[in-house]
Design a protein around this ligand. Structure first.
Ligand code: AMP
Length: 621
């Protein structure tokens, strides 16, 4: 293969993927590792990469402890309630106790945070959310990371982690290729902090045709954090906990600012309030501990995100859709009208464009909402990700193996969507997790844990061959195309993605089946995904761009297999509104008040599943 091999050696900390988690890692690594070699590898350009690339109008995780607003324990209780109990409380607490300092730094770096004119405090949107002018959020934060790193490799897609040839289960760096030049990049590193992001586009999206790029999470979030770590043998947790979002229809415009700041509310197609009528039956499903419907009183406020979805989905299924967001009242106030539009122009410009293009003025018409296809990620109201060690002062033995945010692979750390069991971190919390991981990675090196790492020439050469194989396959067989893009010898990445999305939708509980699955369906799905995996050996790429798509698909398939395994393992319906196990339609605390942990053997590909204890470290109020 003609592509050059470029080796970057002697790295101390390699940041693989520099969204908010990765930028936090690079920044903090420099503080604790003044003389350490810090390198960033980023698939896009760090200035506009990751989930915050397009901008973000709010910081959804800020305690406000200095103003006496909340303390970290409050946030753990909130996240725990929202996730129906399933949170790694040590990690959640650790993030929450440090997140405010992250936000204060963002302000110092020039991020415009809105202020409450009466108090001078940050303007609150909700109890945890503050409002920002966030179109340039990512470039501002990226600058700090760029100044901290020795080198930033933009346009390098990391495809695999390198493993130590001297010691079993220890990371040794990563490899990938430049998506513009095609060159092969080898990063030999003592530690890796994986911040490569969650997964959109593994379930069939509602958007079709020319709209297909429009999804809720960033379309470039290819589950690489999971794909890379699972392939390296890292244990994962809560991968069944996919999230479904209630969103403005077709543009996926977020609802948080509308519900919380504009105080808008929802109605069914008949103009009626509908949520509360689903609560008695829902209480039967999940139990009084999670939803108390006696009288009009709901002890849990806000109602968990998944349960709100459940009411939405059930009302639509009962034939009383569509669900509308009542904007016509709030939009009569010129200030709120302006905020409503700004909200989208600063982060989801497509929603504003769509309304303009389809003649929807929220001042005179209540726009439609819909529930999205599921997403696999770990920083919004869901906690998929790697099974990581917690901090030494908080974590019980089962959650602690020496270094904060280190996965079960030595020297491999996670940040942001990569870390499991830590929902509600959002952007600020992900950056904070990156900081915590980097501090621990520096200590890991200083403790002598990364001595004597060996990477054989063979490992480097084998991976090179593997990475470029789709280009070879195309070269060999492209003249056998029988029509359009149909070829008896290969599939292209788009065909593979269509196949993945269809099987995830139909067997794993996508929107097309009303989020319903069961053991039988999951087993068929797993069989089909194995077949897809076989065909992935024959994936073809006509150019470097398709090669990128081929490896993104690879990470998505690896992620999806894990989602299947986890969903099959947890025999209950823990989060009605995210997905339903039709053969176990109730929440079952007796058997499933646990975290699920998986391990895929790197050599055999075999999965083992186990239950891990769920410790409630923070007491009730
Ligand atoms: P979103 O705009 O849906 O991404 O949400 C932004 C923030 O608002 C997150 O912290 C959500 O958990 C929160 N949020 C969204 N909708 C509601 C609601 N109806 N009640 C309470 N919190 C909400």
């Amino acid at each position: 293969m003609a592509y050059k091999t470029i080796i970057e050696d002697d790295i101390d900390i390699l940041v693989a993927g520099a969204g908010l988690g990765g930028t936090g890692a690079a920044f903090e690594a420099r503080y604790w590792g003044k003389d350490k070699k810090i390198v960033i590898a980023e698939k896009a350009n760090i200035d506009r990469s990751g989930a915050v690339a397009q901008g973000l109008y709010a910081i959804n995780c800020y305690m406000g402890t200095r103003w006496g607003e909340n303390n970290p324990e409050d946030h753990v209780r909130y996240a725990r309630m929202d996730l129906m109990g399933m949170v790694r409380e040590d990690l959640a607490f650790d993030m929450a106790r440090h997140v405010d300092s992250t936000v204060h730094q963002f302000e110092e770096w020039g991020l415009p945070l809105m202020k409450d004119p009466k108090t001078g405090n940050y303007m609150r949107e909700g109890r945890w959310q503050i409002m920002i002018h966030g179109e340039s959020y990512k470039p501002i934060v990226a600058e700090a990371a760029k100044k901290s790193a020795d080198k930033v490799f933009n346009r390098v897609c990391v495809t695999h982690l390198l493993m130590d040839d001297g010691k079993e289960n220890r990371v040794a760096g990563a490899v990938g290729f430049n998506v513009r030049t095609g060159n092969y990049h080898v990063f030999k590193s003592r530690t890796v902090i994986c911040g490569a992001g969650g997964a959109s586009n593994i379930f069939k999206p509602r958007s079709v045709g020319e709209g297909a790029g429009r999804v809720w999470y960033a379309p470039w979030s290819s589950g690489s954090a999971y794909g890379l770590m699972i392939e390296a043998g890292a244990k994962m947790t809560q991968m069944e906990n996919r999230i479904v979002l209630a969103r403005f229809k077709d543009g996926y415009g977020p609802v948080g600012a509308y519900f919380l700041h504009l105080k808008t509310y929802t109605q069914n197609g008949l103009g009626e309030e509908y949520e509360s009528k689903w609560f008695p039956a829902l209480t039967e499903m999940v139990g009084k501990e999670y939803l108390d419907t006696e009288g009009q009183h709901l002890s849990h406020k806000p109602i968990p995100t998944c349960l709100r979805n459940h009411a939405f989905i059930s009302e639509v299924n009962a034939g009383r859709g569509p669900i509308h967001m009542v904007t016509m009242e709030a939009f009569q106030d010129p200030h709120l009208e302006e905020i409503g539009w700004h909200n989208f122009l600063g982060m989801t410009v497509g929603q504003a464009v769509l309304w303009a293009a389809t003649d929807v003025d929220p001042k005179y018409e209540n726009p439609e909402l819909t529930t999205s296809e599921p997403y696999v990620m770990g920083s919004h109201a869901t906690g998929c990700g790697a099974w990581c060690s917690g901090p030494e002062d908080v974590s019980p033995d089962e959650y602690y193996w020496g270094y904060n945010r280190m996965t079960t692979v030595e020297g491999l750390f996670g940040a942001g969507d990569a870390v499991g069991g830590t929902p509600h971190a959002f952007s600020s919390g992900s950056f904070t997790e990156g900081r915590l991981a980097a501090k621990a990675a520096c200590k890991y090196i200083d403790d002598g844990k990364a001595e004597g790492i060996r990477v054989s020439e063979k490992q480097i050469a084998d991976l090179k061959e593997k990475i470029y194989k789709p280009l070879e396959t195309y070269k060999v067989y492209s003249n056998e195309i029988v029509g359009g893009s149909v070829n008896p010898n290969f599939i292209n990445p788009r065909q593979g993605l269509d196949r993945l999305q269809k099987l995830m939708d139909e067997y794993c509980g996508g929107f097309g089946v009303n989020y319903m699955t069961n053991e039988k369906l999951l087993q068929i799905g797993l069989k089909k995904i194995k077949m897809l995996e076989e065909d992935m050996e024959k994936i073809a790429a006509s150019d470097i761009h398709e090669l990128l798509r081929a490896w993104e698909l690879n990470h998505r398939v690896r992620t999806s297999e894990s989602v299947f395994q986890h969903t099959l393992f947890r025999k209950e319906t823990r989060w009605p509104g995210y997905y339903y196990r039709g053969d176990a339609m109730k929440l079952d605390d007796q058997n499933w008040h646990v975290l699920t942990v998986s391990h895929r053997d790197r050599k055999t590909g075999e999965y083992t599943m186990e239950k891990a204890p769920l410790y409630h470290l923070v007491g009730d109020e």
